[in-house]
Design a protein around this ligand. Structure first.
Ligand code: NIG
Ligand code: FE
Length: 411
């Protein structure tokens, strides 16, 4: 068990506390402590206050002293990734920038099914190793919790292999990983003419086994012309929900409308939303479903961003995630993507930071992180600058200088 430790001083410490979960945020709503420090014990925050006072009061504790003026923030939370996969899709990318569309590449046998072939051929150990390498990079860039989906196996055995490898990486790596079953990513070649039967197989064979091995508590499906229709998805999602799974769904990526199902079924999040119109925005704003936007996918596909400003103004809970995957979003840099989309969509710093910390934690149903306050996990990071506004201003080029996971300084 880790001994108590003092971390500081931070020139400014942004706690992200007491911000509303939904709707627009102004920067003057941010709670900012000057010359601040955090006291941690057993991975949790036990006090936040003035560095000199806390140091005087706790003379015996070890200090992680920050020698350069720095801004402190909660660790980032990436709520939507496909970081468990094998192989590269550089060929797809080259075709896309040459003018072939994402959907046409998929129809020609590239796209998701290309990664499925390479992931099926990979061993569970190789998948774990590749995922852990990506987790290491994410953690160094300040991401202390990330969601990881299956969805490149598309057989009962290969989906279980992916989920076991995701759970193994969660055990072995400092990163906290939240696994999601995305067996319904796209109909596998074996079920091309009968996607309904594939969904039935997931419900009858895969999900019970996932529960038996405690491999995931969340279910996703990609609702789109090239994947599953709304009429197939709705009963599937209802059945998964009845089994006790939380729902987080790929919706409105190329065609509007499927996010309405996410709201109707009480999904924890509706993800993508590039094609959402005013109708879907209004439904998301009125619901408790988080609106997860994925700027890395817009950058990767060369398409418009999801309507983040409109979602916030309507009253939705906006969350930003990387969608890190080998096809549509190969970059995987959460801060860079949030900063770049924030400039295009006119998001305040408070809105952007909340979208990758406190609001992101809520979208993963995690109440113990995303904010810095007593009792929360000591997941935090430092940026070497004097003013929090420098972080987004540098558009992702100012990287975290130190990252603490459960109070441990990451080497
Ligand atoms: O979120 N839209 C569906 N699935 C992923 C892409 C996965 C891939 O292309 O491999 C996404 O963008
Ligand atoms: Fe995705």
């Amino acid at each position: 068990m880790e001994k108590p430790k003092l971390i500081g001083p931070f020139t400014q410490l942004l706690t992200m506390r007491e911000l509303p979960l939904k709707g627009p945020l102004a920067d003057d709503q941010l709670e900012i402590h000057q010359n601040a420090a955090i006291l941690t014990e057993a991975g949790r925050i036990t006090a936040i206050g003035d560095f000199d006072e806390l140091k005087k009061r706790h003379t015996a504790v070890k200090v992680d002293e920050i020698s350069t003026p720095s801004i402190g923030l909660p660790g980032f939370i990436d709520v939507h990734t496909h970081m468990c996969s094998a192989g590269s899709r550089a060929r797809d990318y080259t075709m896309r920038i040459g003018g072939t569309s994402y959907l046409d590449i998929a129809k020609a046998g590239g796209g998701i099914l290309d990664t499925v072939r390479q992931t099926r051929a990979a061993s569970e150990d190789l998948l774990t190793k590749l995922l852990m390498q990506r987790c290491t990079r994410h953690l160094q860039e300040g991401v202390t919790t990330c969601e990881v989906k299956s969805g490149y196996g598309l057989t009962v055995a290969d989906e279980l292999k992916m989920l076991r490898s995701i759970n193994k990486a969660n055990q072995l790596h400092e990163m906290d990983i939240v696994p999601t079953c995305l067996a319904a990513h796209t109909p596998p070649p074996e079920f091309r003419k009968n996607s309904q039967a594939y969904l039935q197989l997931i419900l009858e064979e895969l999900l019970p086994q996932i529960q038996k091995e405690n491999l995931a508590a969340r279910v996703d499906i990609f609702i789109e012309e090239s994947a599953f229709s709304r009429s197939e998805a709705e009963p599937f999602l209802k059945a998964a929900k009845a089994m006790g799974f939380s729902l987080a769904i790929h919706v409105d990526q190329f065609t509007a409308g499927s996010s309405l199902i996410a709201c109707k079924l009480g999904a924890v999040s509706a993800d993508h939303l590039e094609a959402s119109t005013n109708k879907e925005i209004a439904a998301l704003a009125q619901s408790d479903t988080a609106a997860v936007v994925l700027p890395g996918c817009s950058l990767g596909l060369g398409l418009d961003y999801a309507p983040a400003r409109k979602l916030l103004d309507g009253g939705a809970s906006l969350v930003i995630a990387t969608d890190w995957n080998p096809g549509s979003a190969p970059m995987g840099d959460l801060l860079l993507q949030a900063a770049v989309m924030g400039a295009a969509e006119k998001l305040s710093a408070a809105e952007t930071f909340a979208a990758i910390t406190s609001r992101a934690a809520a979208a993963l149903e995690l109440s113990d992180r995303g904010k810095l306050s007593i009792g929360k996990l000591a997941d935090l990071q430092a940026y070497a600058c004097n003013d929090f506004r420098e972080i987004l201003y540098n558009q992702g080029k100012l990287k975290a200088t130190q990252v603490w996971k459960r109070g441990f300084l990451i080497g």
